[in-house]
Design a protein around this ligand. Structure first.
Ligand code: GRG
Length: 307
C-alpha cells in the first residue's frame, strides 16, 4: 500500500494531508540516502536487497508518528528525522523476517513479491539483520542529537524490540502455531508484536522533544492501545480485502491456520474489542496537556481506515 494512501484518505484536512505526504517523502529520501550505494558485489547485493524492501511503498505510519509526536511537543523535526527513519528500518526488518518460509511464508508484501521470492532466502535473512543493526548504528551516529538523547533512544528501542517486546511477541506466535491460544494470550502477543514498536515510535518523538515523564506515560498508554487497535483492524481488513487492495497476501493467518480474535470470539466481539482499545487510546491522547493536533489527526485517520 503506497505511502500516499495515508495522505490521500478522504475527509482529511488538506493541510494535514499535505503534511503527511511531505513527511512520508522526507522519510523515504532520508532512508534512501542512509543506505550506502556503490559497494563491492557481495555487500552491494545485500544492501540492494535491503533497499528493495525498505523503499517499497509502505504507509510509513510509524515514522510519521515519531515526527508528529515530536512536533506536537515542540521538538525539532530535523532532530527527529534519523530516529524516525530508524523506526522504519526496524519495521521493515520485522516484515522481511516475518515473511520468511520459516515464519509466515508470505509471497506478497507492499504490493511486491516478498524479499525471499526475489533474492536468495539467505539474503532476505541478512537484509533483515542489516536493517536491525544499521538502525542502531545510525542512532549512535546522529549528530543532531545529544549523547543523552541517543542513549535514551537506543535503550528504548532495544527494550521494545527485544525478548520482552516485539521478539517476545513473535515467540508467542511461534509457540502457538497449530494450537489455539485464549483471547488474553492473543492480546498479549499483539501488545508485544505490534504495540511495542508503535510505543517505540511515539517514545522516539517524545525523547527528541524532551517531553515530561507525565506526557511520556500518557503517550505510552496511547501507543499501546493504538497498536492493539491497529492489529485488530488488520485482522478485520485481512478477512474483508482482496490481495490487490491490501498489497500483501490476504488471509495468510487463515491459510497458516493461525488463531485470530475473529476465529476465537467472532466479528461482533472483535469489533467491540477494537472499540474498547480505540476509546482507551483516545482518552490518553485527550488527557495530554498540549493540543497534540497532529497525533489526534493521525489517530482519527487510522480509526477510520479501510486499507
Ligand atoms: C522479527 C520475525 C520477527 C517478527 C517480529 C512485528 C513482527 C514480529 C512481525 C511483522 C509482521 C506483522 C504481522 C506485524 C503486525 C503489525 C502489522 C499489521 C504490520 C503491517 O504494518 P503496516 O500496515 O505495513 O503499517 P506497511 O507495509 O504499510 O509499512
Amino acid at each position: 500500500m503506497a505511502a500516499s494512501t495515508l495522505s490521500s484518505c478522504k475527509d482529511l484536512d488538506d493541510s494535514f494531508s499535505q503534511y503527511l505526504q511531505d513527511q512520508a517523502q522526507n522519510i523515504h529520501d532520508v532512508l534512501s540516502l542512509l543506505i550506502p550505494r556503490n559497494e563491492g558485489p557481495c555487500t552491494g547485493k545485500l544492501l540492494e536487497a535491503a533497499r528493495y524492501s525498505l523503499l517499497a511503498p509502505g504507509k510509513k505510519l510509524r515514522p510519521l508518528m515519531t515526527l508528529a509526536c515530536c512536533e506536537d511537543f515542540n521538538g525539532r523535526l530535523d532532530q527527529a528525522m534519523i530516529p524516525a527513519a530508524c523506526i522504519e528500518m526496524i519495521h521493515t526488518y520485522s516484515l522481511i523476517h516475518d515473511d520468511l518460509p520459516c515464519m509466515d511464508d508470505d509471497d506478497l508484501r507492499r504490493g511486491k513479491p516478498t524479499l525471499h521470492k526475489v533474492y536468495p532466502e539467505g539474503h532476505a535473512v541478512l537484509a533483515g539483520n542489516f536493517l536491525l543493526t544499521y538502525a542502531f548504528e545510525c542512532l549512535s551516529c546522529a549528530v543532531e542529537l545529544s549523547e543523552h538523547q541517543k542513549i535514551q533512544l537506543i535503550h528504548c528501542l532495544s527494550q521494545r524490540i527485544g525478548a520482552h517486546g516485539m521478539l517476545g511477541g513473535q515467540a508467542i506466535d511461534l509457540a502457538y502455531e497449530g494450537k489455539t491460544p485464549d483471547i488474553d494470550t492473543l492480546l498479549i502477543m499483539y501488545e508485544r508484536k505490534t504495540s511495542d514498536l508503535f510505543i517505540a515510535a511515539i517514545e522516539f518523538g517524545a525523547i527528541v522533544a524532551n517531553a515530561s515523564s507525565t506526557q511520556k506515560e500518557l503517550l505510552k498508554e496511547f501507543a499501546s492501545h493504538f497498536g492493539i487497535l491497529f492489529q485488530l483492524q488488520d485482522d478485520i481488513l485481512d478477512l474483508k480485502c482482496e490481495e490487490k487492495v491490501l498489497g500483501k497476501t490476504s488471509r495468510s493467518d487463515l491459510n497458516n491456520q493461525k488463531a485470530t480474535p475473529l476465529s476465537l470470539i467472532g466479528i461482533e466481539e472483535t469489533l467491540k474489542l477494537a472499540q474498547k482499545h480505540q476509546k482507551i487510546a483516545q482518552n490518553a491522547l485527550f488527557q495530554l496537556d498540549t493540543p497534540a493536533t497532529r497525533l489526534k489527526n493521525l489517530f482519527k485517520l487510522i480509526t477510520e481506515r479501510s486499507f
